[in-house]
Design a protein around this ligand. Structure first.
Ligand code: PEP
Length: 306
């Protein structure tokens, strides 16, 4: 994992305002783990509130419409998401490809619309189990990349790719490390063919049943620059286990107890040295970058009206 790791939580259709406490706990911990970039993609209804609660991590959306506006009942444009506080949008998630029949061309149009208003994009690709069994996984993913990556000038600077084998999402199953490595190398080669030297800026995330106990191994694989996390991002406790694996890979994940303490319930007691030791002293000993403190102060002082 040579690039700065990027850990993104996709909350899917989960979360009401009660879940903002998780976002706040993730934000507080992430600011003390500065070696990883962390982001959450809550449902549209929580983007603005998450932005206000969690001012240091990235906040993103899970989809957008390709048009600027118009008669599209129930849809949300990229500009609206930006106005609500989003920094990026996920496009082409396999659940949208399957549930809404989204084509590569539509996903590309969404990505280009998002970039046009200044948002980053996470473009998801991944094969089904039948396609992998048929030996077609790399060809399927290469075709998805060719069809759905934005091509506009400077697009590579705004793009992240998430490789998510469909059969690994929410199932508890993951590919072997050898398979993950082979696919990520193949994606890197496709990115170089599409973006040339610009491909170097693109991070490739792995997604599909990433958990605190398998994150370190997956994140250590060649060309894996981070993770897109579904189920395990729904609580600060499990999401932080993954963030720690990215930000402090030599720290072994142990009991979740200190993470509960960190989220504000009992910050007083230190955790034994072995394992994940995010005690209050540990957290307070790490400096929050000045730019982050300034951003938080700005956001807290002048919440943007919707
Ligand atoms: C996802 O939906 O993007 C995902 C990776 O889900 P999970 O981590 O639950 O497999």
């Amino acid at each position: 994992m040579a690039k700065r790791p990027y850990i993104v939580g996709n909350w899917k259709m989960h979360g009401t305002r009660a879940m903002l406490a998780e976002a706040r706990a993730i934000d507080r911990a992430a600011e003390r783990l500065p070696k990883a970039d962390v982001a959450l993609a809550p449902p549209h209804t929580l983007i603005h509130a998450t932005r206000l609660e969690a001012s240091l991590i990235g906040v993103g959306a899970q989809d957008c419409h390709p048009a600027d506006g118009g008669a599209h009942t129930g849809d949300v444009s990229a500009a609206m998401l930006k106005d609500a506080g989003a920094d990026f949008v996920i496009v082409g998630h396999s659940e949208r490809r399957a549930d809404h029949g989204e084509s590569d061309a539509l996903i590309k149009a969404k990505a280009e619309a998002a970039i046009a208003v200044g948002l980053g994009v996470i473009v998801c690709v991944g094969e089904t189990e039948a396609q992998r069994d048929a030996g077609e996984a790399e060809a399927v993913v290469a075709a998805q990349l060719a069809g759905s990556l934005p091509q506009a000038e400077g697009a590579a600077d705004k793009v992240t790719v998430a490789y998510e084998p469909v059969w690994a999402i929410g199932t508890g199953r993951t590919p072997t490390i050898a398979d993950v490595t082979a696919m990520h190398r193949s994606i890197r080669a496709r990115l170089e063919a599409i973006y040339g030297a610009g491909a170097d800026a693109v991070r490739i995330l792995y997604g599909g049943s990433v958990k605190p106990d398998n994150a370190a191994e997956l994140l250590a694989a060649d060309e894996v620059d981070g993770a897109l996390v579904g189920g395990a991002s729904l609580t600060a406790e499990s999401f932080l286990g993954i963030i720690v694996a990215a930000a402090e890979p030599r720290r072994r994940f142990a009991a979740p107890q200190p993470l509960l303490r960190m989220s504000g319930k009992d910050p007083s007691s230190a955790h034994p040295e072995e394992g994940l030791s995010l005690s209050k002293a540990h957290l307070e000993g790490l400096r929050v970058p000045r730019a982050c403190r300034a951003r938080r102060a700005r956001l807290n002082a002048t919440p943007e009206p919707l």
